[in-house]
Design a protein around this ligand. Sequence first.
Ligand code: S3P
Length: 671
Amino acid sequence: MAAVSSAVPLTVKGTIRAPGDKSISHRALIFAAMANGQTRIRDILPSADVHATAAALRAMGVDIPALSEDFVVRGRGLDALHSPEQAFDCANSGTTTRLLTGLLAGLAGRAARFEGDASLSRRPMKRVAAPLSEMGARISFEGAAGHDGLPMRVSGQPLKALRYVNTHASAQVKGALLLAGLCGGVEVTIEEPVRSRDHSERMLAARGVRLEITDTSVTLPAGQVVQPADVVVPSDPSSATFFAALAAMADAGELRLENVCLNPTRTGAFDVLRRMGADIVVEHSADVGGELIGTLVVRPSSLVGAQIGGAEIPRCIDELPMIACLAARARGETRITDAQELRVKESDRIRAVVDNLRTLGVEVEEYPDGMRVVGSKTPLSGHVITHGDHRLAMAFGVLGALPGNHITIDDPGCVAVSYPAFWRDLTTAVGLGRAPAVAQGAGAAPSTTPLVVAIDGPAASGKSSTAQWVAQLLDVRHVDSGAFYRALTFLATETGEAPEQWTAETLLAHAGRVTWRLTERSVLPLVDGVEQDEALRGTNVTRNVSRVAAMPPVRLWVNTVVRSAGAAVDVVVDGRDIGTAVFPEAQLKIFLVADSWERARRRLIQRLGRRPNDAEIAEEVEALVARDAQDATQSAPARDAITIDTTTVTQEEQVERIVALARATRDRLHQ
Ligand code: S3P
């Protein structure tokens, strides 16, 4: 939860490099997986949505390393893609679901079940299922009768050509049909009333695929192959929009937004902001890999309401929550129409934005296809319900960073879907003294580039106690990812349902009740807003937590939460796959090892409170070795991790060594 502000005028300053574009990131992975050969991908967006696509492709046999700033995918072509053994967990990601549905549809003989979180499961999939079924794919919905959402089963078949006239502009539908055409080797034409974002077309052209493009249609001739091509992902204009809006609403200063993708199908929000009076100048622009990239300089100005509708809606659809929040601070009225599509995004964004603005004291009216927002200078205050929707958290986070407003946000961590470091960047933009929203825990203001020390290692290697001690000596916060698994386990035990019956789905149904707070010492999980430290350590929880932590969708959720928690402040984090999957960009990664006899001995001392005998140790070694085998994939050291063998050193010595390494890293970082 987060509270913000003072009435001191807001001066913005600095340069924000928003993370990689989400649409391009998904497509970079998918096209790399389809090609036969190496694709080097730089600056991908390492967010929860993109992780979901990477995980799904890995489950089909594609060798995709942990997402980092610069990595290579070694594609082996379409024939090497196999059916996943388990259902795809698409988490919150509509793009993952719809694009991969298209991919699978054309892979005859291969099939997958798609699952997602509660929000994604509510979203309509008929828009891709109907045309793909017309091409010959077999797609069935497994939920309640008449519900065209996840869970869904897609079975690839030999396809036939299709000319599809879509009634609304959708890049996900267009992308899915192009992928089906490529995998099935057949011609497809997609007509749209207005051109939707055209990253698929640009990226395919760069990969040797011939397309015939008109203003409102694209045709993929039959029998084409995607060639490998390197990609540098530009910054996401949807993410940059939050900072353009912040700068436009500030009192003084300027923000430079660098490396922004200025593809004309994506820049509607900047046009709208300009029409509302925003001072936005493009300083440098260049064509990089088929996309126009530029630096925007945005300065405060007086803002007026606007009419937004018609053909410009697809060009600013994802930015409308931010535009609506900005309208609350503009002179006069803003009307948004023709945006009914907003009702089926990560939340019903019309209802959710209207309700939240009204709660904060804004005069607002809901339309079936949009809203009317009346701007004012009245201080806004209240609690925002995000419904787990990343763009709502960020839009209201920006509003909350303005002087005089007092806004709390129920689930700030959900920004991890598209912009894990959002709160850190917001803190940078508004200045350290005015740490907004989630960054406003007790203790020191966050540094601009937070230090992340990631401590990993096999069971009983002493990760947690070491991390806690290291954090204390460095005077930074400790994040114990295990505590988040414990929080879910605790909620599941409370239902009385037998642990054998728990599934990732039933467990994650409780995820909305788990939030976190920054204390002086740690990132503390809260259950229903309350600290539950003792309950989380209870025997019932301890007995069942490893069952919970073994479920991949649960891991994905915890990783996402831990990432967003750690993105704002300096942290020492420990846990399985922390240095590989959760914080691949951590500046210091430690992998603790010790021989199994020593680990067993330490664990028993902790458990029994006395020195164990050799027979007891031997028995514990067996259990540990079995657990190591089970955990092998999840506990491999990151390539750049420093391995410390603690078999013959005291805990004090190993902590000292890590602290020394961390201090040196921090000095380098803050030079
Ligand atoms: C996306 C397309 C858009 C957009 C979404 C990402 C894509 O949805 O809202 O966030 O990457 O193709 P549509 O399918 O409505 O175009």
